[in-house]
Design a protein. Structure first.
Length: 201
């Protein structure tokens, strides 16, 4: 039997207070938060697509940087998922046995760090390399995503904070590394059949 880490001692009381507040909240609010928690990551994909589309109107190097956003997010997700398997923290709804808005995941679906928070924050950080406006919009969405994961009962507060730190840091390092090679990559793509990825025509 796999022994899992119990994170309730860190901020379990804060988690319980949030979950109780969610149970007393208006139905429309809970439905909105639950929808964002479940499907909000799609909005970051839309922002990444918008960043690429706008970057193509600028220059090839900017377009390549925009194309690097999904790669940075994938790298951040992989690092975060590896941390999950290493820490193996039980979900708070399992440890504290509280009624939550979201169905409690099965044992073995580890809690720390939050993948949703990591992906959202990684997208926000990566998008800042493409557009400050898109990055700012994604940053607001990332904070909302992190908060929503606690509100629906899926994570402790420390899970989402760790996910944001992990996703943000990995995305920053990935974009810095990828941006160094953006110019030669832009030249190669521009002279190949893939030129429409970095130019409008």
């Amino acid at each position: 039997m796999i022994m899992a880490f119990d994170g309730a001692s860190i901020d379990g009381s804060a988690y319980v207070n949030v979950v109780r507040a969610a149970r007393r909240a208006p139905g429309w609010l809970n439905e909105s938060v639950s929808l964002w928690s479940a499907y909000g990551l799609a909005a970051f994909a839309v922002l990444a697509g918008a960043g690429w589309w706008l970057a193509r109107r600028s220059d090839r190097t900017a377009a390549v940087t925009a194309l690097a956003v999904p790669a940075a997010v994938v790298v951040a997700y992989c690092v975060n998922a590896a941390l999950k398997l290493w820490v193996r923290e039980d979900r708070p709804c399992q440890s504290l046995r509280v009624r939550t808005l979201e169905a409690c995941p099965a044992p073995g679906d580890w809690s720390f760090p939050s993948n949703h928070a990591a992906i959202a924050t990684a997208a926000a950080v990566a998008l800042f390399f493409v557009s400050r406006r898109l990055g700012a919009a994604a940053a607001v969405g990332a904070v909302a995503m992190a908060a929503s994961r606690v509100w629906v009962g899926a994570h402790y507060p420390h899970d989402v904070m760790a996910g944001m730190v992990t996703g943000g840091l990995v995305a920053l390092l990935a974009m810095l590394a990828l941006s160094r090679g953006s110019l030669p990559v832009a030249r190669w793509i521009g002279s190949s059949r893939l030129h429409l990825l970095v130019t409008r025509s």
